[in-house]
Design a binder for this molecule. Structure first.
Ligand SMILES: C[S@@+](CC[C@H](N)C(=O)[O-])C[C@H]1O[C@@H](n2cnc3c(N)ncnc32)[C@H](O)[C@@H]1O
Length: 340
């Protein structure tokens, strides 16, 4: 698949080291025999990469958007991939109704008791509606993303988070397959992104375990930010506030643990710096401090320029003698603290 097509459909493959590690975490949370006790459905399967290494093909389903990818999976079965041809099918998870699923899977999805034994195991597409500030995504997905049935159905409740395809997957799974185990790779926006405040109010479920890995170990992903593998138990209702996650480097060495918090209803660093504008009165402008999001995903775009006009989309505050110390603290916080 060429790069443009991949960006449209958000197809970035999971490296094999993270496939293996995620399956180890699933065994830790669900028990050694999880593959014989649970059903597994990858509903953003692509060519079935994430399902490599799984053992019980009778309990695995793989669906994806593109017919070509389904054909590749079927070819792989002919070449020994451990999947059943009748369990591999085309399904648009953000538009199709569950009546299109194979009957056996439909019976699991529609049965609240059986759903508790279903693991939805995915690396969902990453594409988002691009704004002029968006550093990932191309903007070409806007119509497709904002016109899915799931977007139309839930965006008034879940808000701006629905501009991201992965969030649409999470929302449908939570709302319509509630009770299942959801094991997914995605950024940490669902945990602490300010744009995901309404999402977190809606998506009240227990996060059992999480590890994080560098995003740039994924095919075609640039930038220094973490991707998390998260195992949610949607049969348990819980508002996310905090989790301790395991941190791995690009070679799969465990390099430590880190706490993540939602920070909901707390005052954020951008509120704090913007308030310093009041101390700027009667002082000459020294420079302009560009302030964007509140988290480490923004560490690369925080910068200081001589004037506001040097920013394509200026957001932030002038630096003057009135707020110089606080502006320095803000700048160091993003450029040193988050990079450490
Ligand atoms: C990040 S890739 C993951 C591929 C593979 N599962 C892996 O882990 O390497 C996401 C996949 O979701 C597929 N996809 C995008 N939109 C979809 C939709 N609405 N329904 C089902 N699959 C979709 C893409 O074509 C792509 O293959």
């Amino acid at each position: 698949m060429d790069r443009l097509k991949r960006e449209i459909t958000g197809s970035f493959f999971t490296p094999q080291i993270w496939v293996e590690l995620s399956q180890k975490y699933l065994a830790d949370v669900l028990g050694e025999n999880w593959q014989d006790e649970y059903y597994i459905w990858d509903c953003a399967a692509g060519t079935g990469n994430l399902l490599t290494g799984l053992t019980n093909k009778n309990r695995i389903w793989a669906s994806t958007l593109d017919r070509q990818d389904v054909d590749v999976m079927r070819d792989r079965i002919l070449n020994g991939a451990n999947l059943l041809e009748s369990h591999v099918f085309q399904f648009d998870f953000l538009n199709d109704g569950f009546e299109k699923l194979p009957m056996e899977l439909q019976e699991i999805v529609n049965n609240p008791e059986k759903r508790k034994k279903l693991v939805i195991y995915i690396n969902p597409p990453y594409a988002e509606v691009a704004t002029s500030r968006t550093r990932t995504g191309t903007g070409i997905n806007k119509n497709k993303i904002e016109q899915t049935k799931i977007h139309n159905k839930y965006s008034s409740i879940v808000g701006i988070a629905m501009k991201e395809l992965f969030a649409q997957f999470l929302v449908r799974i939570y709302a319509e397959i509630n009770g299942c185990v959801l094991a997914e790779f995605s950024t940490l926006k669902a945990l602490s992104g300010p744009n995901f405040l309404k999402f977190r109010k809606f998506f009240q479920t227990k996060l059992e375990k999480c590890f994080i890995i560098p995003a740039n170990t994924f095919d075609n992903v640039k930038g220094f930010f973490p991707i998390g593998f998260k195992i949610w138990n949607t049969s348990k209702t819980m508002i996310f506030t905090k989790i301790k996650v395991n941190v791995y480097d690009k070679h799969r060495n465990l390099v430590g643990n880190k706490n993540f918090y939602s920070w909901d209803n707390k005052k954020l660093i951008n509120h704090w710096i913007i308030e310093t504008r009041v101390s700027n009165q009667n002082h000459e402008n020294i420079a302009f401090l560009g302030c964007y999001g509140n988290d480490f995903l923004n560490q690369n775009i925080i910068r200081i320029q001589r004037t506001k006009e040097e920013f394509k989309e200026p957001r932030g505050t002038y630096i003057t003698q009135g707020n110089l110390t606080k502006a320095c603290i803000y700048y160091i916080f993003f450029t040193v603290f988050f990079c450490a």
